[in-house]
Every structure is written in structure tokens, then in C-alpha cells.
Design a protein. Sequence first.
Length: 274
Amino acid sequence: MRIALCNEVIREMDFAAQCEFAAGLGYDGLEIAPFTLDENPHLLPANRRAEIRRAAEDAGIAITGLHWLLITPEGLSLNSPDDALRARTKDVMERLVGLCADLGGSVLVHGSPKQRTIPDGEDAGPWLERTFDTLGAAARAAESAGVTYCIEPLSSTETNFVTTIAEAVAVVDEIGSPAFRTMIDNKAATPMEDMPVPDLIDTWLPTGKIGHIHLNDTNLRAPGQGEDRFRPIMKALKRQKYEGVVGIEPFIYDPDGPATAAFAIGYVRGVMED
């Protein structure tokens, strides 16, 4: 099990400094939000990709994957009736899969709620059909690249498409690709699921359909900065012999990003050693 920092937490640093800082704190990896690299991260040239990968290698830290995939470029949609827009979205997603592989990552986490929501009052059928077609293209690209593409369940305040792990698993089954899975995010799962996160881990990890974990408090801060208890979560991951990546993904940085990153890894490492 590797612990990665979601790099937007310290995005005010240049990437090489991010790598050095996270490695110095004791993180195993960085999980990159592509928008922190470029406005069009899917179009990064080969020399820039090599530079990013080399910065991580020089710092002794892994690039574990990508998340928060469709912030830039703007205006993308998994399910738009506009065929040209959907084709553009597929292209971006497929190229991000390639970016992940080129950087040495192994997993992409697809949250991006606005780009997958079904408009209120619409017949869901056609919107779902288009969504499955787009996700299927990403899954095929992931198979070819040797990485895993995860659809992330998010809360119903963010989207109306995939808000529980059971719904996500139904999509995984619909896509039917070994490279397409789902994941558990504590902040989203705690209010949405009918069982605690440790029980979710015990229930779903044995199915082989969980490809990633995100740790954050439901107050949007780092693990240990709220009321959620993470020791039972880490015990469940250990009990299930989880060997993947655990991404630290707070959204509120108190007092700032670097301090939040430092607090989070200290707390999580302490829980793991207990």
C-alpha cells in the first residue's frame, strides 16, 4: 500500500519542488491533477512529459496516477447530444490515459461531476447510452496502455450519475473491461452509503472492482482534521491486503497547502503504525 499526495494541495510550487517536498514528508507518490500541469495537459509534448517523470525520479517519488481529469480544457461532456463535443471529450480522455502511462502512473480517477450529470427532466436512457460509449472508449485506451481507469462515486450534491459504490459497480459491469473499475472516497462515501467506510472496504475489495482509495474528511479537510476516524479504515485496508494507492485529497487547506500535506502524512503514517 502506497500513500500519495494529490498534487493540487501544493500546486503553488513548481512540479520539481512538489516532488521534493512530498518525498521529504514521507509520501510514496504524487497523484497529479492534470490541470496543474497545463491548460491542455492531454497535449503535453514528449519532452515535457519526460521532464515531469524525471523530476519525480530525481526526488525518489512515484507518480501514481491522475485524478480530477476534466477541469481543463473547458466545456467537455461524457454524454452531450453534440457528437463533435463528445468526440472531443473522448479524445481528451484517451490522451490523458496516454499521459498517465507516459508519466509512470497506474490509475486514473474520473470524478468530474459536471461533465457527467444528466439534466433534470430528461429521459435518462439516451444520456446513459452516450455516457457508456464515452467511458468504454476510455476503458479500451486504458487496456492498451496497461493502466486502470476508475469511475469515482460522488455525492448527490455534486452529480446525479454514480453516487454510490453499487451504482459505480453497475457501470463497471456495463463497461465490462478489466481496465475499468471504481474506487472509494471517504468524503463522498460517508454521507451517501448505508454502511461505514471500513465495511464498504470489507464488502467491495474482495470483488476486485475497487481500484483506488481517497482519504479526506467529510468536512473537506485532511484526514485527522475533522470528526471522521481513519484508523478503522486503514485496518480494513490491511485486513483486505490492499496493495494499491491511497491518495490524500483534502479540499480545504488549513492553514495552507504545505502544512496540510505535512499534517496529513504524519496522521496517516501514525495510524498505520499503531
